[in-house]
Design a protein around this ligand. Sequence first.
Ligand code: NAP
Ligand code: GDD
Length: 342
Amino acid sequence: MADKRALITGITGQDGSYLAEHLLNLGYEVWGLVRRTSLDPMMRIDGLVHPRRRIHIVYGNLRDGASLRSALEQSQPHEIYNLAAQSDVGISFKCPDETMEVNYLGVGRLLHEAMHVNPQVRIYHASTSEMFGKTPPPQNEHSPFAPVSPYGEAKLLAYEHFVKPYRDKHGLFMCSGILFNHESPRRGEHFVTRKISMSLAKLKLGLQDDFSLGNLRAVRDWGFAGDYVKAMHLMLQHEKPDDYVIATGTSHSVRDFVETAAKVLEMDVRWTGAGFEEVGLDRNGKVIIRIDEEFYRPVEVQSLRGDASKARRQLGWSPQVSFAGLVDMMVKNDFERLARRS
Ligand code: NAP
Ligand code: GDD
């Protein structure tokens, strides 16, 4: 019997899969909250999990307080990792109500039920660098929040109305991880890094002719998800609950990501034109990348670069995978997987 039990909401997502794997390898009993329509959480996990360790499933939804109460009573966790969210910033402009319902009100439901079932439980909550919005980089725990998307707004409301009050007034052990963008071969295919790694791999294999992107000038601090879930766990082992920025401290544009990814596949991209007329050409002058207004956001977070010195100092956390290493890992993984299939 494991000494520690963890309940992960959002276990079927990118971070949920790496975190489940990490906790299983640390000897935790892992429970995952899934919806009826969720994929099997083990499907994304292909790492070195002990074959006898498995994930215990409980059904629930952040939209439904009773389901959360029952999941908590069944799993009796020592630690809760709240990763579930409508996590797509672009979609949050199209579905603001759902985003608020899950990313803001859902957090309140979970904390209310957790407090009732076990006020001693330790909780990690997935905040986000998107909350910094218009605040220029570098951003750390003291930088002002200025979200520009419904997603960022909802995450900030959850932090201000639930996370902080439950910690400061009700004494719940709550940590808020302000994580900057983190990616991996398990990243959802609609996020820009995975869209680029998949599309270039398909182009290289002759499975696709071209693809479209939005704002190439957007700058992000991209790290590896496998590194970032370790920080989530470390936060809950610390003596006191707090907020931590988790980031690499280096940033790159979407254009840089495309060029670095193309080099992994020994492809060249040459840019010509401007604005919506800009295109990326291959070495034969064929258009392989177009710009489509559809992929622009009504309001954009232009630049993110985090300063994670507090996490480095207090948790001993540091990222292990570089930008070049991350791009290489993602592109090769997509290329090899698609090549096996074609
Ligand atoms: P993801 O891959 O999109 O996973 C989202 C998860 O949330 C999925 O497991 C999904 O389950 C679940 N979910 C969605 N709505 C739900 C609901 N109403 N009830 C229960 N579960 C629900 O996201 P991720 O990249 O792993 O991110 C994890 C968390 O970190 C999110 O809260 C995200 O906002 C935050 N975050 C991510 C990053 C990043 O760069 N990845 C950075 C900062 C913060 P289904 O399988 O049922 O759809
Ligand atoms: N998705 C997407 N698709 N983004 C594009 C595209 C495209 O075709 N072209 C350019 N971009 C730009 C977006 O406008 C944004 O500036 C940047 O690429 C990154 O977009 P995403 O990969 O969708 O990530 P995000 O930064 O909006 O949000 C992610 O990171 C947040 C942390 O800062 C998500 O994981 C959020 O859940 C997370 O909180």
